[in-house]
Design a protein around this ligand. Structure first.
Ligand code: FAD
Length: 341
């Protein structure tokens, strides 16, 4: 795509700063929020502007502190009982008000269920577009200052870079697990600015009465440990062995697409290009060959352990520790050993 010519561009000089919307539930931030602050800070440094965070919720003051430690220069916090659970109207109202007041040139949110809902609701009220589900983010430096928001397209066969030339702010949601969070730095200093929620409970039609945990849901993106199984398992039954090992390690079960396509386990467990992108502390790949489409989803794990009977399996090229052997012997022995400790 031909890069935009600065002369074609309207004057956007009143829009400055990169705003990251921090997503939380019950006072616990989604890891994608800190990952977005990590990339948001890099973009802001290139543009020589501030990294700004918005924290919304009730009893969430600690997250404002953490946002500073994770890279924000300035945090706007809206702490109000009306925001104790996510609902589109009050959350989008707070976001919209802030965006109109401070005019950031870039707004980033997680491509989670909540982030997708919120970003869409906001974009419809602003004279701008939204690039959803991005996996790469960069900026052209001054003077064009364009956000280069890239995402897979055409069934993941191409990567499209989408530019927002005519409007501000430039908005994107980004996949969890793709960008790296900055480690917490307690010595970082920043400004925390309280803002108010203009909406009253009586104005909101939606009431959240209860959350019912979906038994089948698995939170791969926030898991520290993932034990993933592939075609080598040979059927759905052996996933029980993986579950036992994952439980012993306090982790969750993932899968390759081959195992998902075979119907051995649900798609919500799939790791890879057309599944989840994950960044756990430990990823154990069991009976997975290591196809490139699988690797792109897990290669950023801190420690990768591969268990495969084929010593030439490509997974061993990315693994920090490899065990060549039969998974049906190794996995139960490993689980037993972990349980002893
Ligand atoms: P295989 O490649 O068949 O590997 C099975 C492995 O198990 C082998 O290495 C074998 O040595 C080992 N094994 C067998 N028996 C045992 C045993 N008893 N003990 C130990 N090891 C054993 N794939 C994904 O995973 N995620 C994606 O998101 C994804 N997206 C895709 C998108 C597109 C557009 C395309 C074209 C493909 C995509 N794929 C994806 C598919 C990918 O190309 C591979 O086909 C898939 O990852 C293979 O899964 P696997 O490693 O489980 O199976």
């Amino acid at each position: 795509k031909k890069a935009a010519q600065p002369n074609d561009m309207p004057d956007w000089s009143e829009y400055r700063g990169v705003l990251v919307v921090v997503e939380q539930r019950d006072g616990v931030a989604k890891s994608v929020s800190w990952q977005l602050l990590g990339i948001g800070r890099k973009l802001a440094e290139k543009l020589e502007v501030e990294t700004i965070a918005l924290v919304m919720g009730h009893g969430v003051g600690h997250l404002a502190e953490e946002a500073i430690q994770r890279g924000a220069d300035k945090v706007y916090i809206c702490d109000d009982p009306v925001l104790s659970v996510y609902r589109t109207r009050p959350y989008s109202r707070v976001c919209l008000q802030l965006i109109r007041d401070i005019k950031p040139e870039i707004v980033l949110m997680g491509a989670t269920y909540t982030g997708r809902d919120l970003a869409g609701a906001i974009a419809t009220h602003l004279p701008t577009g939204l690039t959803a589900d991005t996996t790469q983010l960069d900026v052209e430096p001054h003077p064009s200052r364009l956000l280069l928001a890239s995402r897979p397209a055409f069934s993941e066969k191409m990567v499209a870079t989408i530019l927002c030339k005519q409007y501000r702010p430039q908005m994107a949601t980004a996949r969890a697990g793709v960008f790296e969070a900055l480690p917490r730095d307690p010595s970082r200093k920043g400004e925390i600015i309280p803002i108010t929620c203009e909406m009253k409970e009586e104005e909101i039609a939606a009431r959240v009465l209860d959350f019912i945990q979906d038994e089948k849901r698995v939170n791969l993106e926030d898991a520290d440990v993932i034990v993933a199984g592939g075609r080598g398992l040979g059927g759905p039954g052996p996933f029980r062995l993986l579950k036992e090992l994952a439980d012993a390690l306090g982790g969750v079960v993932g899968a390759s697409r081959a195992a998902v396509d075979a119907g051995w386990i649900g798609h919500e467990h799939q790791v890879g290009q057309t599944g989840h992108t994950v960044r756990p502390k430990l990823y154990i790949a069991v009976g997975i060959s290591g196809a490139v489409q699988h690797l792109v989803g897990m290669q950023n794990a801190d420690v990768i352990v591969a268990i495969n009977k084929d010593p030439d399996a490509p997974i061993f090229k990315v693994a920090h520790f490899g065990v060549v052997g039969d998974l049906f012997q190794i996995v139960p022995a490993l689980t037993e050993e972990v349980k002893k400790r």
